[in-house]
Design a protein around this ligand. Structure first.
Ligand SMILES: Cc1cc2nc3c(=O)[nH]c(=O)nc-3n(C[C@H](O)[C@H](O)[C@H](O)COP(=O)(O)OP(=O)(O)OC[C@H]3O[C@@H](n4cnc5c(N)ncnc54)[C@H](O)[C@@H]3O)c2cc1C
Length: 456
């Protein structure tokens, strides 16, 4: 039997586990999926926006995989804690596939970034997604104007959540505190700002169009911002997705406001240079106007514009964080690898693999992780004969217990799901996420009878 640990139960971890048990080259593969959270699915649960129910429902596909007899979910097990580093994992398993994602935000590196009222989109997303590590901060309280820096899909997500009325989110699983804060929100204007033109933006057209279809917000585009866009001169020269995005923002620029209660201003060619302070908090953002530099980038023009705002969310990308004991390429924010084989000082490290965002960086959609995981598993299977020779622990889960880990197994997760549905029932909502560690672990306890003897 080949025993494999997959670290991380996001899409790449689940797809890696699926590829491992569904292949026929190596018989009898058993997989433990370890996750530091008591809940599976990674960013599908804690990143994908709550109003994107269809994408959220991908959890059902991932669930089918996790219910396979050859795969065991062990939540609440953090690799890097309680002596469970890469070296120890290799004593317990024939191979380890790290699928730990890249959920840390990139910084702007400009003055004022740490003022109260300035946050990463990561923190805001974690808050409305009920991530148990999120600070219980009422983000929107008091602010009238918000600036979202960035023009990718995450920027669109956070701008949309700010612009939606709480009533539109009541039918989702948004935690009750966040829903209350959004209901009390005084935010009326949201500026989503990019330093390049619309042809340099990273959003997908579907997400962009959704912003324009919100029932309670107008989307406004300043035609002067678009005048600088060089792609208009020769639309045939740009990729189809850029052409479609240009069409959408052009339509918006031509559309008069409908008088809806909130406004989303989509702005281009503005580079943030400083977050301005008012009364000890963020009070605005100073931007420098940019212009195309003739070689696909932008240059500063020396002209400045201030947007007054009491809430600033930075959505300029994600990056991986190092796992202690694993090599890390700090420039790219990934674990160095060759087709998924972890490289230590340039050589493949036997038994260590990576997949997903920590392998290739934070790009692509959920489905992109499937071929990425498959490539990694193919590498592992090529190495399987040698890996199978290694002596490993007979019962790795017992070793986790002995080291002080208290895994939440699949029945524990099902008990959390039940508790969330029950909470929703009491609040007159379909399901409401539990936002804190104690609540999640208490709910998982309901299935404790399923748990192996803690003294093992
Ligand atoms: C805000 C946001 C919204 C998104 N929306 C969409 C969308 O609508 N549609 C779409 O297609 N894609 C979307 N994506 C992209 C998609 O979520 C990613 O492609 C995907 O989640 C990456 O998968 P992953 O498995 O590499 O990482 P993740 O999903 O981040 O999973 C990593 C897992 O590893 C666990 N982990 C981390 N460290 C450890 C450790 N030390 N020990 C044990 N476990 C650990 C984490 O708890 C987590 O469960 C979105 C991304 C973000 C950030």
């Amino acid at each position: 039997m080949l025993r494999i640990a997959v670290v991380g139960s996001g899409p790449s971890g689940v797809y890696a586990a699926q590829a491992l048990v569904e292949q026929s080259a190596v018989p009898d593969v058993r997989v433990h999926i370890l996750d530091r959270l008591p809940c599976p699915y990674g960013l599908v649960r804690y990143g994908v926006a709550p109003d994107h129910e269809k994408i959220k429902s991908l959890q059902n596909n991932l669930r089918t995989v996790l219910e396979d007899d050859r795969i065991e979910f062990l939540g609440n097990v953090e690799v890097g804690a309680r002596g469970l580093g890469p070296q120890r994992l290799l004593e317990l398993y024939h191979a380890v596939v790290y699928c730990v994602g890249a959920a840390r935000d990139r910084r702007l590196g400009i003055p004022g970034e740490d003022l109260p009222g300035s946050h990463s989109a990561t923190d805001f997303v974690s808050w409305y997604s009920a991530h148990p590590d999120a600070a219980p901060e009422p983000f929107t309280l008091g602010a009238r104007t918000a600036v979202v820096i960035g023009v990718g899909n995450v920027a669109v997500d956070v701008a949309r959540i700010l612009a939606r009325g709480a009533d539109e989110l009541r039918g989702t699983d948004v935690p009750e505190d966040a829903l209350g804060a959004l209901a009390a929100s005084r935010v009326r204007d949201v500026h989503m700002v990019g330093r390049r033109g619309p042809s340099g933006a990273k959003f997908t057209t579907k997400e962009l169009r959704e912003l324009g279809a919100l029932p309670s917000a107008d989307v406004l585009v300043d035609p002067a911002d678009l005048a600088l866009e060089t792609a208009y001169a020769d639309p045939a020269a740009v990729p189809a997705i850029v052409r479609r995005n240009l069409t959408v923002v052009r339509e918006w620029a031509a559309r008069p406001p409908q008088g809806r209660p909130r406004r989303v201003h989509v702005r281009f060619f503005l580079r943030p240079v400083e977050l301005l302070e008012r009364d000890g908090r963020v009070g605005g953002v100073c931007f420098e106007r940019t212009a195309p530099d003739g070689s696909g980038g932008v240059r500063g023009t020396g002209r400045y514009e201030v947007i007054e705002a009491q809430l600033v969310l930075r959505a300029v990308g994600y990056r991986g964080v190092p796992t202690e004991g694993l090599p890390f390429d700090a420039d790219r924010g990934v674990v160095p690898n060759a087709a998924g084989r972890v490289l230590r000082e340039g050589s493949c490290s036997p038994g260590e693999y990576v997949a997903g965002w920590i392998k290739r960086g934070p790009t692509g959609v959920i489905g992109t992780n499937r071929p990425c995981a498959k490539e990694t598993v193919n590498s592992l299977l090529e190495d399987a004969a040698a890996l199978g020779q290694r002596q490993v622990a007979a019962d790795p889960e017992a070793a986790l217990w002995a080291a002080g880990h208290r895994p939440v197994r699949w029945p524990g997760w099902l008990a959390i799901e039940e508790a969330e549905t029950a909470l929703g029932r009491t609040l007159g909502r379909p399901r409401v996420k539990i936002p804190d560690w104690t609540g999640l672990l208490d709910a998982a306890q309901a299935a404790a009878s399923d748990r192996p003897d803690a003294t093992r």
